[in-house]
Design a protein around this ligand. Structure first.
Ligand code: ZN
Length: 500
C-alpha cells in the first residue's frame, strides 16, 4: 500500500516513490473496564522552537512483559530501524526506582528489572530521517521531516509503546504559535488528543508547526489536512478538492463501512510520492508532482491511490498481511480502483485510460520470465514492482472484462470489494487466500474462478487483449481502441464501464 511508481505520457515521473517529547507528568486518568480498572497510557511530546529536530518524549505506559517497542517492519533500509534516531531511553518504576533498559533487536527495548505496574519512560528522537545518506529506501517523507513551517512525524518513527491499550492520552508541549494536525480525536485541552487504540498511535502521522490546516467531513469520515511549503500552500485548495472528490466517489462505490478519522500531510519535497500509514497519508510534492496548472496528473493519481487504500484494504481484516497478498492490495485493488475512478470522475479521458492499460501491460510483460507469478512476486515487493502493481492491475481489468461479458453486464469486479468489506471487515473474520478464492467462485461462478486462479498463480501471460476483445476493444500492436466491428452488446458493455 505504500509504494507507488508511475509514469505518465510525456511526463517523466521517474521515481514517484511513494510512498505516506520531555514534559510534565499529567495525572493518570482512571478508565473503568468491565472487569478491571486500568490506568490509561499517556505521552507528552515536547518540541522547542530553537531545536525543532529534537523531540523529547515522556510516556507513562505498561510494558508488554518487559518489552517496549516501536512499530518496526525494517522496510526503510535502516540497519537499526527507527531506533537509529532514538536516544537516552530511561525507565522509572511506579515507586520511583530507576530501571535498567537494554536495547534489543527491531527497535525494541527490554526493561530488565521491571516487575509490574506502569513505568515512566523518557527518551528523545533526533529528526534526521530526511537527512540520512543514502536516502531511506521507500522515501523519507513517510517517516519524519522538518521544514520552515515545523515538523512532520510518523507514529512509527516516534512512539515506543507497551501493551496494547485503548484511550491513550497525547499532549503536545510546542511553541505558542504552533498548532498540531493529526487524525486522533481532539481532547478538550489545546494540542491534546485521545487515540482510541495503540495500533492507531503507531500507524499515524502529525504535523506540528505554523502550517496551513484544513478539515472536512464526508460520510463517516473526518479528514484533516496539513499543508506546508510555498508550492503546496499555493495549490492546497486543489489538493483539498481532489481529496474530497475521491473520498465521495469511493464512499459511494464501495458502500464502505469506513468510519474513520484520516489525516493527510502534504509538503514541498525534493521528490514526489505518497505513503499511507494506517489512517495517515503523507504526500511529498516534489517537482514531478507539479504542473503549470497546479497539480500534475501524477499527483492526482498518487492522491487517489492513497485514498483508495483507506476505503478498501485498510477496512479489510488481512490478519498477518502475508506477502502473497501484495499484488491484491496494490495492483489488483488500488491501481485498478484508482485508474477506473480517474476515468469515471473525468481526470482521465477514454483515450488516456486505454493508453494506460497498454502501458501497464508492457511493464507487466517485461517482468514475465516463466517463473514469477503475482502471488510469489510480493515477497520482494520493490524488485517485483511492475509485477505487483502493473501485473495486479492487468489481472483486475482482464477479470473485470471477463466478468462483464460472462454476466451480460450484470456483474463487475467491484462486487467482490463490496462483498469482502461486508464479510471480512477490520477486526472481523480474517480474509485468507482460500476465502478469497471462495468469494470469487461464489460471486462469479466456475469460468471466472478458473481464470482468476490462472492469472494469479501461474507464470503465464494474462490474456488482456483477448478479454478486451469481449468488450469490443481491439489492439493493433500499439493502440487499444473501440473496434469498428464491435457489436451493440459490446458497445453497451464498454459504455457501462464508464458509469460503474
Ligand atoms: Zn498502494
Amino acid at each position: 500500500m505504500k509504494i507507488l511508481n508511475i509514469k505518465l505520457s510525456g511526463i517523466s515521473m521517474l521515481s514517484l516513490i511513494a510512498l505516506i517529547f520531555v514534559g510534565c507528568r499529567n495525572e493518570n486518568v482512571l478508565v473503568e473496564n468491565k472487569k478491571s480498572i486500568t490506568l490509561s497510557h499517556e505521552y507528552t511530546i515536547s518540541v522547542e522552537k530553537e531545536n525543532p529536530r529534537l523531540a523529547k518524549i515522556v510516556a507513562i505506559i505498561e510494558p508488554d512483559g518487559k518489552i517496549v517497542a516501536m512499530n518496526e517492519h525494517n522496510e526503510h533500509g535502516l540497519k537499526n530501524g527507527w531506533a537509529t534516531f532514538v536516544e537516552n531511553v530511561q525507565a522509572i518504576s511506579e515507586s520511583g526506582r530507576n530501571l535498567k533498559v537494554v536495547a534489543k533487536k527491531n527497535s525494541s527495548w527490554e526493561i530488565q528489572d521491571y516487575q509490574e505496574g506502569m513505568v515512566t519512560l523518557s527518551y528523545q528522537v533526533r529528526l534526521g530521517h530526511d537527512q540520512v545518506v543514502p536516502k531511506l529506501a521507500a522515501g523519507d517523507n513517510g517517516a519524519a521531516y522538518a521544514n520552515d513551517s515545523g515538523v512532520m512525524w510518523a507514529g512509527r518513527a516516534l512512539f515506543i509503546a507497551g501493551k496494547t491499550t485503548e484511550d491513550i492520552n497525547i499532549n503536545f508541549d510546542v511553541p505558542k504559535e504552533w498548532h498540531v494536525t493529526t487524525q486522533w480525536g481532539k481532547s478538550k485541552k489545546e494540542n491534546s488528543f485521545i487515540v482510541d487504540v495503540t495500533e492507531n498511535l503507531l500507524n499515524s502521522a502529525f504535523f506540528a508547526g505554523t502550517h496551513q490546516h484544513a478539515e472536512f467531513n464526508a460520510g463517516g469520515v473526518s479528514l484533516r489536512m496539513a499543508f506546508s511549503g510555498e508550492y503546496t500552500v499555493k495549490v492546497h485548495q486543489q489538493i483539498k478538492q481532489q481529496l474530497q472528490q475521491y473520498f465521495t466517489h469511493y464512499g459511494k462505490l464501495y458502500q464502505s463501512p469506513l468510519n474513520a478519522n484520516i489525516v493527510v500531510v502534504v509538503s514541498d519535497a525534493s521528490y514526489g510520492g505518497g505513503e499511507m500509514m494506517g489512517n495517515a497519508i503523507s504526500l511529498s510534492m516534489g517537482p514531478s508532482m507539479r504542473d503549470v496548472n497546479g497539480l500534475s496528473k501524477g499527483t492526482i493519481h498518487v492522491i487517489a491511490h492513497e485514498v483508495y487504500h483507506s476505503f478498501t484494504n485498510n477496512q479489510l481484516e488481512l490478519g498477518e498481511d502475508p506477502p502473497s497478498f501484495v499484488w491484491f492490495k496494490e495492483g489488483f485493488a488500488a491501481e485498478f480502483g484508482t485508474y477506473s475512478a480517474e476515468l469515471r470522475v473525468g481526470a482521465l479521458n477514454e483515450t488516456e485510460f486505454l493508453n494506460t492499460i497498454v502501458k501497464q501491460m508492457k511493464k507487466y510483460q517485461a517482468k514475465l520470465d516463466g517463473k514469477l507469478t503475482l502471488k510469489s512476486a510480493g515477497s520482494e515487493k520493490f524488485k517485483n514492482y511492475n509485477m505487483v502493481y502493473s501485473g495486479g492491475f492487468i489481472a483486475a481489468i482482464s477479470l473485470d472484462f471477463l466478468i462483464r461479458h460472462e454476466s451480460n453486464g450484470k456483474k463487475r469486479l467491484n462486487d467482490l470489494w463490496v462483498y469482502l468489506l461486508k464479510k471480512h471487515p477490520k477486526n472481523g473474520e480474517t480474509l485468507t487466500m482460500p476465502k478469497l478464492y471462495e468469494a470469487v467462485q461464489f460471486l462469479y461462478g466456475e469460468r471466472v474462478f478458473a481464470a482468476f486462479d490462472k492469472y494469479i498463480s501461474t507464470p503465464d501471460e494474462i490474456p488482456l487483449y483477448k478479454n478486451a476483445a469481449l468488450m469490443g476493444l481491439s489492439f493493433d500492436g500499439h493502440i487499444l481502441s473501440v473496434s469498428n466491428n464491435a457489436t451493440n452488446e459490446q458497445r453497451s458493455l464498454w459504455s457501462n464501464f464508464f458509469k460503474k
